[in-house]
Ligand binder design. Structure first.
Ligand code: PMP
Length: 361
């Protein structure tokens, strides 16, 4: 029997095996139509069923109330870095942003193109991003149109262990943590996520927006990025990313079959505990993030002897453990262990890490 392959890529990331097998099976002949789901009109009754069902399944999984619109948009996570201010930040207005790592900073850089950005909290230290400034130290401004933050920093492996309480609409970039643990959607003004980690193919972005926040886009907002317009057209103002939407629907069904978000949250905790516990007890590896803020989705780690990095990567890959190289901006290693990563994948990784450490100590 060939060795199983486990893909630890941060994104585009591995998708559930069962979903990929189903998509393969119906790839050229979907629904007995004699053609692929990606070859039919987005306005056909067949496709509209797919689109509606995917939205309903996501609503069920996240317990999204009728106060919120769910949009399936183009442009991935970064598209939303611009869409959020275009729709929610009036010309000449200001917004609060929380800086906790690479991705919140990228959102800040984009936000600055559209108005005044107040960095209300910044948690950079000499060791890089390893913590989160406590909520009572945030310097929020009175006139902010919203507060933007990134609950899980994919590059730095820093994750909020709480939803911040603010009196402005709270905007969250959940690209790398959506559907990984139960959250109370009603605490948010808007949630967005690029799909390519816990949802499906890249390019698609999911936006969950409170209805009263729509309809205030600034003049000049590109139509495809206008929440109200997309909402009026059921996310089909132009041709949506139909295949990605279909695949997202399969992932949502798979998640429901696993027992929903609560069930995968428990497995995600088991996976993360296994890996962090091993890293902490080993003399050979380290993780620099303060314990409370360690990401359950992205686990960066360093070899104490960085001269061994190349050998570690070559050997892990030869053992079927793919894409463990850390982001180029921070170096080291990173294991991304999203919903689709089974516990066995993390067990295989820890076994390899133990073996590698033993042979090289
Ligand atoms: N936000 C976060 C938290 C991310 O991890 C990423 C991608 N890794 C992005 C935004 C950007 O997503 P995209 O490449 O789809 O624009």
């Amino acid at each position: 029997m060939t060795k199983p392959i486990f893909n630890f890529c941060a994104g585009p990331a591995m998708l559930p095996k069962a979903v990929m097998a189903q998509a393969q099976q119906e790839f050229v002949n979907w629904n007995d139509l004699g053609c692929s789901v990606m070859e039919i009109s987005h306005r056909s009754a067949n496709y509209i069923d797919v689109a509606k069902q995917a939205e309903q399944d996501l609503r069920d999984l996240m317990n999204i109330s009728g106060d919120y619109e769910v949009l399936f948009m183009h442009g991935g996570g970064r598209g939303q870095f611009a869409s959020v201010p275009l729709n929610l930040l009036p010309a000449g207005g200001e917004a609060d942003y929380i800086s906790t790592g690479s991705w919140s900073n990228a959102a800040i850089a984009e936000g600055k193109k559209f108005g005044k950005v107040n960095i209300a909290a910044e948690s950079h230290s000499e060791n890089g991003f390893a913590s989160i400034l406590p909520r009572d130290k945030w310097n929020l401004s009175d006139n902010a149109a919203y507060v933007h933050y990134c609950p899980n920093e994919t590059v730095d492996g820093v994750e909020f262990d709480y939803i911040p309480d603010v009196d402005k609409p709270l905007i969250a970039d959940m690209s790398s943590c959506i559907l990984s643990s139960e959250i109370d959607v009603s605490k948010f003004g808007l949630i967005y996520a690029g799909a390519q980690k816990n949802i499906g193919p890249s390019g698609l972005a999911i936006v969950i927006v409170r209805k009263d926040l729509m309809g205030k886009s600034r003049e000049g907002t590109p139509s495809i990025y206008d929440y109200a317009l997309q909402s009026q057209s059921d996310s089909m103002f132009n041709t949506p990313p139909t295949f990605a939407w279909y695949l997202a629907g399969l992932v949502f069904k798979w998640l429901k079959a696993q027992g929903g978000v609560k069930a995968v949250q428990a497995i995600n905790k088991q996976k993360a505990d296994l890996l962090y516990n091993y890293i902490d007890e080993s003399e050979f590896y380290s993780n620099r993030v303060v314990a409370n803020y360690r990401s359950k989705m992205n686990v960066p780690f360093y070899l104490k002897d960085e001269n061994l990095n190349k050998a570690f990567l070559a050997e892990s890959e030869a053992n079927g453990l793919l894409a463990l190289k850390g982001h180029r901006s921070v170096g080291g290693m990173r294991a991304s262990i999203y919903n689709a990563m089974p516990l066995e994948g993390v067990q295989a990784l820890v076994e390899f890490m133990q073996d590698f450490a033993q042979r090289n100590s």
